[in-house]
Design a protein around this ligand. Structure first.
Ligand code: G6P
Length: 615
């Protein structure tokens, strides 16, 4: 939900080009408009418009911005449609203060009325625009720049990561954070940067300072000072976090799209995640073994990873795990959160506001609770509000639709499940080893699949009816795969899909099936297989066009299918819980090629953003 970037330097570099490169890297956070401001000869120079970054750059030439200070923004519209006026940066009445913002100022209507009554005039419909006007007001009252920002923020309710510059003080950028992510970094003595996310800074520094809620930083060229807003602006010392991601990982590296590149990175991401420290996995496992009540919560793709993971863990834990979408967590559990509860919260970004709110609320209402987080982002909000975290090793994921983070999330949950099986002696050591061997062989299975199936999946997509709706059906653990595979097609190819239980589809969805209706069955050789055969027949009998995902040596369902996609996976029981990982790349590719077939950009699905920081 919007990406912000700021740079201040004493070097002879083109800040416009650097800021442009940075917001390109943040474009996955929002891509309906963008803008920049620099200060030249104590005047703000603003370039902004609605549209994609490259289109706007072609028109406005961001690289013409010179000077030593710039702020930049890429927007995902919340308050007001994507128009030039609603694009950031926003300024005050004097045109001397500029602000870029990620988050929502919830009380902006009331503040706007107050400011209008004091004679301020507004150009946009955004909540953000009240911030420069509030700062202007505070400067008029005699506060200095830093104090004016703090005084303005005291009036704002809601979430913000914001970056402010002031034409009369061109030697500093002020940034502040509450609930929306913000990091800063520097090349000592030369240049300082702020950004919403790591990929924008990776090129310049591996040591990032992650701002906490209610912290402020003043950036000067190659120098950063931190302050605690709530503690009379007391100066604080912060330690940087070292980021060991490859710079290349945040580049397309010859792939047409990040989505395709990130699918191809899955084997590597899985290999790295397999190396998660045993102590971390065991800690999670022991907490779950001791818990009386367990919930698992997340949004979007992470929620489907939860569905797969809860299924695997339950098998060995012998306790029920209730999954609850994060946005409904509080509604469903008000008055019902008991002692000795463990909540597993999953979020690739670690910033999804509903997930964060769910765990913060849970901690507030029940002290005897443990929050275990699984996220891909070190230092993200979720890690701060949790008791323990596992960081998946997917590396930066830029494509808006989650792909490699999903497989690493399911893998982390599978590792916890196997650890529980060992601790609870639910499997003989020899058996357990075979499950581990199966898990370790998954990267190779995916590699082989990707190597041999691109053309066939492209062809399947080309032969599908362009405007079709789809069912994605499965039983047991594969319902998670059906839902996640369907979600990918919905997200990037804008197809209407229903991901459903194959058994339950008889109670309603089947009434839609006509001759040629495409139904994708996820059919690994597990305990559900035989009953799934019956379900395939039911849909085939009504004219359904059956596309099945099966393992290499499958005979039954593949015979009944119009199209078969084969996953090179042994059909032994040791793989039965891991098909959510091995089967999903096929569906991710299907969605990817379907997006291309519809002339859609799979990296930037319509109306979606990668990090959802609004309720
Ligand atoms: C958005 C993204 C999805 C993601 C979901 C949850 O909807 O577009 O790809 O699965 O948020 O995000 P999280 O960061 O919490 O996993």
């Amino acid at each position: 939900m919007c990406g912000i970037f700021g740079i201040i330097t004493n070097q002879d570099i083109n800040i416009g080009s650097i800021a442009l490169e940075a917001i390109r890297k943040l474009e996955y956070r929002g891509y309906d408009s963008c803008g920049m401001v620099s200060i030249e000869n104590t005047d703000l120079q603003i370039l902004k418009d609605s549209g994609k970054i490259d289109e706007i750059h072609e028109k406005l030439h961001f690289d013409t911005l010179n000077g030593s200070i710039a702020l930049a923004h890429t927007r995902w519209a919340t308050h007001g449609p994507p128009t030039k006026d609603n694009s950031h940066p926003h300024t005050d009445c004097t045109g001397e203060i500029a602000v870029v913002h990620n988050g929502i100022i919830e009380n902006f209507i009331e503040l706007k009325k107050e400011l209008i009554s004091k004679g301020h005039s507004f150009k946009s419909e955004t909540d953000t625009e009240i911030v420069p006007h509030l700062i202007e007001e505070k400067l008029k009252e005699g506060y200095d720049f830093k104090e004016a920002v703090v005084e303005a923020l005291k009036k704002c309710e809601g979430a913000y990561a914001l970056s402010v510059c002031y034409a009369k003080e061109p030697n500093s950028i002020i940034v502040a954070r509450k609930e929306s992510p913000l990091i800063v970094g520097m090349e000592e003595g030369k240049t300082s940067y702020c950004a919403s996310d790591i990929p924008a800074l990776l090129q310049y520094t591996r040591n990032c300072f992650i701002l906490e809620d209610n912290e402020m930083a003043i950036l000067k060229a190659g120098e950063i000072e931190f302050f605690d807003i709530e503690n009379s602006l007391k100066k604080i010392t912060k330690q940087p976090k070292h980021i060991n991601w490859d710079i290349d990982a945040a580049e397309k590296n010859g792939y047409e799209h990040f989505m395709l590149k990130e699918i191809f990175e899955e084997p590597d991401a899985l290999r790295k995640t397999l190396k998660t420290s045993d102590e971390e996995i065991e800690l999670f496992a022991r907490k779950l073994i001791k818990a009386d009540h367990i919930y698992i919560t997340a949004a979007g793709t992470s929620f489907y990873a939860s569905l797969a993971g809860k299924y695997i863990i339950t098998r060995f834990l012998g306790k029920y795990i209730q999954e609850i979408e994060c946005s409904e967590f509080q509604n469903k559990l008000t008055g019902a959160l008991e002692k000795n509860t463990v909540i597993i919260a999953i979020s690739q970004s670690g910033e999804t506001v509903d997930t964060i709110e769910a765990i913060r609320w849970a901690k507030e209402v029940q002290k005897d609770i443990t929050i275990l987080a699984i996220t891909n982002i070190i230092g993200s909000s979720i890690t701060r509000y949790s008791d323990h975290s596992i960081i998946t090793r997917a590396g930066p994921e830029i494509g808006v639709a989650a792909t490699k983070t999903y497989v690493t999330q399911v893998l982390s949950l599978a590792l916890i499940a196997l650890k529980i099986a060992g601790l609870r002696k639910k499997l003989a050591p020899v058996e357990l080893d075979k499950y581990y061997d199966a898990l370790k062989s998954i990267p190779e299975i995916i590699e082989i699949f990707l190597k041999n199936n691109l053309e066939s999946i492209k062809e399947i997509v080309q032969n599908l009816e362009k405007n079709a709706n789809y069912f994605f059906l499965a039983r047991g653990i594969s319902i998670a795969t059906a839902k996640e595979g369907g979600l990918k097609l919905k997200e990037v190819a804008c197809r209407f899909i229903e991901g459903y239980s194959a058994a339950h589809a008889k109670h309603g969805p089947i009434s839609l099936v006509r001759e040629g209706f495409p139904i994708i069955f996820i059919a690994p050789p597990d305990k559900s297989y035989e009953r799934l055969v019956g379900n395939v027949m039911e849909f085939k009998a009504r004219g359904g066009h059956i596309i099945s995902l099966v393992v290499d040596n499958d005979e039954t369902i593949s015979e009944m299918s119009d199209i078969t996609i084969r996953i090179p996976q042994p059909s032994t029981k040791y793989y039965q819980y891991f098909s959510p990982i091995t089967f999903i790349p096929a569906l991710q590719l299907l969605a990817y090629y379907a997006a291309l077939d519809h002339n859609l950009d799979p990296d930037k699905p319509l109306n979606l953003a990668k990090t959802v920081t609004v309720h």
